[in-house]
Design a protein around this ligand. Structure first.
Ligand code: ADP
Ligand code: ZN
Length: 531
């Protein structure tokens, strides 16, 4: 390829060659084509629009407008481009009026190769009028999945971006994202009017990340064991991120890890901006910090040597899991994605969907996404195969995930599933209400405690029928039944379980259930006091 694009790659960015599909993408866009680019984090998305932007500007086609949702990201990109001698600027709320009008003057004078803008600024009538006065070479829409209502990064302003096609139909557009399953992809195309765009999908595999999902019993202690065993050495500790669902849990976990001698900081949306920024900078600049955070900590962190990402709570979807774990090992060196998961997580996520204000259609989508994630958690075969197939990619067992390295034992749990489901049925029939897994297991195991006796559940035909199976194994059975949609959580808010339409086939013996065996945790050095 002897095009101006390669020359720009060599001379401006100092790289000898394009990676993966970059060459095809930049040629397509430089020639005026629309496209949607799906490339994992660290794959090199920025050059896909920066190079055609420079090429088109050199050819007299005007400035490229880049839509980006994050101020920090814009600043980093503009700093790097300026350093390389590219004329780039940004417009966002961090500029004062004087600085903003300098940028606009440069834009009008045709002195900018690239202008980064926040979506809320771009879609104002005033800014759109300004754009009509100048020559525009390209629109690049970064983090395009923000247009998806179903995703957790939804930005309402992204919805307005269809205006770009309506008002500037002749300007080529490139939309980029690191995360989009088939549904999100379809939504991006529809909302951004990219029907005629070419779609470039790069492999989503991150071979250096080792995936592991463990059964939760004492999550904090399990986390500490994992970090101490694999990320603390005499030379120092590794940097990592620990994701929790709630702000309170972030603070408690950070404090607890600190009390155990790790350098742990917290980060969540309820903290004041100054503390958040300070923690983020410490994490970025200092060695060996464990950042305990909600998903508010994420988009835009650019630390290549994060050695592990741990989840103490279940993400909402496979996309969320992929995106969060994807922050590990961006330098390509080995990294761990570790998650602890148990029945309570499934119950909690199901309940959150149930109790949300969303309409039925949204709830169905959210619930389908959760099911896919639970499938990943419960799979007895390669996690990576499962993860990649969610993004439409076929692959072979990877040899670098927990299920490849230590294949879990499976067993035919059909009979036990029938016992559990009929117990749920009998209890509801006898008492008119539903109960949680703990109580149901007491009944199955013939444990005639106060509560069981008080409800007369020691007289049920299912009382004691499962005494041969130990309690933890029963927990694993219930967890899998909920994960497979064979039991669901009722509206009481107590995690009470009830049958679903699917349960019947199991009860009638029409469906066999292969389950994962419960795995016991190796005795830990830190017999700690976590929840
Ligand atoms: P993404 O936005 O997809 O997460 P970036 O655009 O930030 O990824 O690129 C990740 C890293 O890879 C950057 O440091 C970038 O300079 C580097 N990179 C991208 N393309 C190439 C290339 N063709 N040759 C060498 N390095 C590249
Ligand atoms: Zn594997």
């Amino acid at each position: 390829m002897s095009s101006p694009c390669l020359a720009i790659l060599n001379q401006v960015f100092g790289y000898p060659a394009f990676r993966g599909q970059q060459a095809d993408i930049v040629e397509h866009v430089a020639a005026g084509g629309d496209c949607l680019v799906l490339m994992p984090t660290g794959g090199g998305k920025s050059l896909c629009y920066q190079i055609p932007a420079i090429a088109r500007k050199q050819a007299g086609q005007g400035t490229a407008i880049v839509v980006s949702p994050l101020i920090a990201l814009m600043q980093d990109q503009v700093a790097a481009l300026t350093e390389a001698g590219v004329r780039a600027a940004y417009l966002n709320s961090s500029l004062d009026a004087g600085q903003a009008s300098d940028v606009i003057r440069a834009l009008r004078a045709g002195d900018l190769d690239l202008l980064y803008v926040a979506p809320e600024r771009l879609t104002t009538p005033r800014f759109l009028e300004l754009l009509e006065d100048i020559r525009i070479g390209l629109f690049a829409i970064d983090e395009a999945h923000c247009v998806s209502e179903w995703g957790h990064d939804f930005r309402p302003e992204y919805m307005q971006l269809s205006v770009l096609h309506e008002r500037f139909p002749y300007v080529p557009r490139i939309a980029l994202t690191a995360t989009a399953d088939a549904l999100t992809r379809e939504e991006i195309v529809r909302r951004l009017r990219l029907d005629a765009a070419r779609v470039f999908i790069d492999s989503f595999d991150r071979p250096n990340i080792r995936y592991r999902i463990v059964e939760k019993d004492n999550a904090r202690a399990q986390l500490l064991d994992f970090v101490r065993a694999e990320h603390c050495t005499a030379q120092g500790n590794d940097a990592g991120i620990v994701y929790c669902l709630s702000r309170r849990k972030v603070e408690e976990t950070a404090a607890w890890l600190a009390s155990q001698g790790l350098r742990a900081l917290g980060y969540h949306g309820g903290m004041d901006a100054a503390t958040r920024l300070k923690h983020q900078q410490q994490f970025q600049q200092e060695e060996g910090i464990v950042m305990v955070a909600t998903i508010a900590f994420g988009m835009g962190i650019d630390k290549p040597d994060v050695r592990f990402v741990a989840h103490l709570d279940l993400p909402k979807s496979v996309e969320g899991y992929y995106q969060e774990t994807g922050r590990a090992g961006r330098d390509g060196l080995p990294a761990n994605a570790w998650m602890a998961y148990g029945l309570a997580d499934v119950v909690q996520q199901r309940r959150m969907i149930d109790e949300s204000q969303a309409d039925e259609a949204h709830k169905r989508v959210a619930s389908g996404k959760l099911d896919a994630l639970l499938g990943l958690c419960e799979t007895a075969s390669c996690r990576r195969v499962r993860l990649l197939s969610y993004f439409g990619e076929k692959s072979e067992p990877c040899g670098n995930c927990d299920t490849c390295l230590n294949p879990p034992a499976t067993w035919d749990g059909t009979r036990e599933a029938q016992m559990a489901l009929s117990c749920v049925y009998r209890v509801a029939q006898a008492s008119g209400i539903h109960f949680g897994a703990g109580h149901l297991i007491d009944i199955l195991r013939g444990n005639a405690n106060e509560r069981v006796k008080q409800h007369g559940h020691d007289t049920l035909t299912t009382f004691g029928i499962g005494k041969d199976l130990p309690e933890p194994e029963w927990r694993a059975v219930f967890r899998q039944l909920v994960a497979f949609g064979l039991l669901t959580v009722d509206h009481s808010g107590h995690g009470s379980l009830m049958l679903t339409a699917e349960s019947r086939a199991v009860l009638k013996g029409e469906r066999r259930l292969i389950m994962r065996r419960h795995t016991t945790r190796a005795k830990s050095r830190s017999s700690s006091t976590g929840p």
